[in-house]
Design a protein around this ligand. Structure first.
Ligand SMILES: NC(=O)c1ccc[n+]([C@@H]2O[C@H](COP(=O)([O-])OP(=O)(O)OC[C@H]3O[C@@H](n4cnc5c(N)ncnc54)[C@H](OP(=O)(O)O)[C@@H]3O)[C@@H](O)[C@H]2O)c1
Length: 240
């Protein structure tokens, strides 16, 4: 019997859990951080909340008889990925990363290393900014005098720019919907993380069509681990 812990919070993690749940020789437990008020839940057993750091995660793996871990968290979830690498080393449990590829660069994209640079570049490109980088990074924009359309899943709980409109929504989005949004709010510049994947790519297509520049935050470095980008490749790894 194989017991797999899937560190989740992404569409890929949900797809993997659904596939593993069908395999009689596998028990799967998905783990969510508990950041989102009404998360999309994976199929099968789910635990919610932080582990309390890498040592606690290592204990959790041993106490729960986990035989393999898949880190299928978001490419920008750096701390849990580092914790997974350390904990699996300590508990001697095999680990693989399931990570969607980043988006290929397009004309009109400006690559930056972090949100502070994203703000500086975006504000040099226009007055009306569409910010899609999530709730957690909002303090980097709080004292701005530019106008912001902020789209995120849950209501932000940190200070916002004085001139901001919050749009609560979650993907997937359509190109037509994104075109309408960019036009309605007369957006000058779009800010995104290089999240990759199909669920939120429509904004990039819409921006390209309208000639709206895009500021893209590069992914953080990932731990040096085995990594794959499909559910099938994870199954292959588990079989081996
Ligand atoms: N960052 C993004 O842009 C983004 C976007 C979409 C979805 N997500 C998802 O949202 C979650 C939180 O993202 P984040 O950027 O806040 O992560 P993070 O900075 O890497 O993690 C912060 C802490 O949250 C806990 N945690 C994170 N993911 C967890 C998981 N899957 N299961 C149990 N505990 C978890 C851990 O707490 P302890 O130290 O207490 O163990 C971790 O130290 C991730 O699971 C990620 O897949 C993130």
């Amino acid at each position: 019997m194989t017991k797999v812990l899937v560190l989740g919070g992404t569409a890929e993690a949900r797809a993997l859990a659904a596939t593993l749940h069908e395999l009689p020789e596998v028990t799967v437990v998905s783990s969510l951080a508990g950041r989102v008020r009404d998360p999309r839940l994976p199929v099968g057993e789910v635990r919610v909340g932080g582990f309390g750091g890498p040592e606690r995660l290592a204990e959790w793996l041993s106490d729960n008889g986990v035989t393999a871990v898949v880190d299928a968290t978001h490419p920008f979830a750096e701390r849990i990925s580092a914790a997974a690498a350390a904990a699996t080393r300590a508990a001697d449990v095999p680990l693989i990363m399931l990570r969607r590829p980043g988006w290929p660069s397009r004309p009109g994209w400006h690559w930056v290393d972090d949100l502070h640079n994203a703000r500086a570049v975006a504000e040099s490109l226009g007055e009306r900014v569409f910010l899609t980088t999530g709730r957690q990074g909002l303090p980097a924009f709080a004292d701005s005098s530019h106008w912001y359309l902020i789209r995120c899943v849950d209501q932000p709980d940190s200070p916002l720019p004085a001139r901001a409109e919050v749009l609560l929504d979650r993907g997937p989005y359509t190109v037509d919907g994104e075109l309408a949004l960019l036009r309605e709010h007369r957006i000058d510049v779009l800010v995104t993380k290089d999240s990759g994947g199909p669920l939120t790519v429509a904004k990039l297509d819409a921006a390209e069509r309208l000639g709206v520049p895009v500021v893209v935050v590069r992914r953080p470095a990932t731990p040096d681990l085995d990594a794959v980008d499909t559910v099938e490749a994870v199954l292959e790894w588990l079989r081996r």
